[in-house]
Design a protein around this ligand. Structure first.
Ligand SMILES: Nc1ncnc2c1ncn2[C@@H]1O[C@H](COP(=O)(O)OP(=O)(O)OP(=O)(O)O)[C@@H](O)[C@H]1O
Length: 273
């Protein structure tokens, strides 16, 4: 048996590098699934693995065999269930920093001000809107459902797009950097269990995108003029344009009313429906 000293001396820089890389991959993986439904399923898998380990240890052969079968076929089921998350994760990996640098816009205006002003204007005039701001995970697949644009992001343009009867007012606007790259886009509806039958599709779509990607999704309610934000699988309501500005900048914001939570249960802002 090797003693601890000779073991420590046998550790090379390659071992350190490998441990570092594996730790980083696990950390990024956990950070990615945090707040998504994958985390809940991961919890279920851990419970089943524990039961399997116990059954193995206690030699409960029938339970062990049954769980073995479940794991064999469960892999295929998980691949189908988590197809959107896997796609998002692969897209995330594919976005190497070089392509990100190339994408940075040449002129850096204050997009947070343009968006906050637009949200304020839309809310004041009771015009419904949904604005998805792309972050690390590409929103290209959702652009396909709407109209592609290459327009500089301005308050006026955002307000114009969502004006009722405008051809592009239905659906979401997608913002990438300082550009509006899509309008009239259809977002995935949240899979969360429905606790309010009056829940509207606009808020459900915002939460759906926030469950599948790391996008910041801003919603202005047509019915209540409430400003909400879906982010990291959570929907928060009752925000001010100033708070929207901070969130676009990436600053944390304290919000009193949380409508959605990480269990997938959520309800609509008071007074809707
Ligand atoms: N999947 C979707 N992706 C993007 N936008 C959507 C989607 N589904 C609905 N919408 C938008 O939401 C509008 C319908 O909103 P609805 O009244 O059902 O939702 P809501 O959450 O109650 O919002 P509001 O409070 O503004 O009424 C549609 O006209 C469309 O513009």
């Amino acid at each position: 048996m090797t003693d601890p000293l000779s073991f420590a001396l046998s550790v090379t820089w390659r071992d350190g590098l490998e441990i570092g890389i594996v730790a980083l991959v696990f950390y990024r993986l956990l950070a990615f699934v945090e707040g998504r439904r994958a985390l809940q399923v991961l919890g279920g898998v851990v419970v089943l693995l524990t039961v399997y380990g116990l059954a193995n240890w206690l030699r409960l052969t029938m339970i062990r065999e049954l769980l073995g079968l479940l794991f064999t076929y469960g892999v295929f089921a998980l691949l189908i269930i988590f197809q959107p998350e896997l796609r998002a994760a692969l897209a995330h990996i594919g976005q190497v920093p070089v392509t990100k640098l190339l994408r940075r816009e040449e002129s850096l205006g204050s997009r947070e001000d343009e968006i906050a002003d637009a949200v304020e204007r839309l809310s004041r005039s009771g015009v419904g809107a949904i604005i998805a701001i792309e972050r690390e995970v590409s929103l290209d697949e959702y652009l396909e459902s709407g109209s592609s644009l290459e327009a500089r992001l301005t308050t006026d343009l955002l307000a114009t797009i969502f004006t009722p009867y405008s051809p592009l007012h239905d659906g979401a606007v997608i913002v990438r950097g300082h550009q509006i790259v899509g309008a009239g886009c259809i977002l995935p509806l949240s899979q969360g269990s429905v606790s309010s039958r009056s829940m509207g599709t606009r808020h459900r779509a915002a939460l759906g995108l926030a469950e599948e990607t790391d996008a910041l999704v801003i919603v202005v309610s047509e019915e209540t003029a409430t400003i909400s934000v879906a982010e990291g699988g959570e929907l928060r309501s009752g925000l001010t344009p100033m708070q929207i500005r901070d969130l676009v900048l990436g600053n944390p914001v304290r919000v009193s009313e949380r409508l959605g939570d990480r269990t997938g249960e959520w309800r609509m802002p008071k007074g809707t429906g």
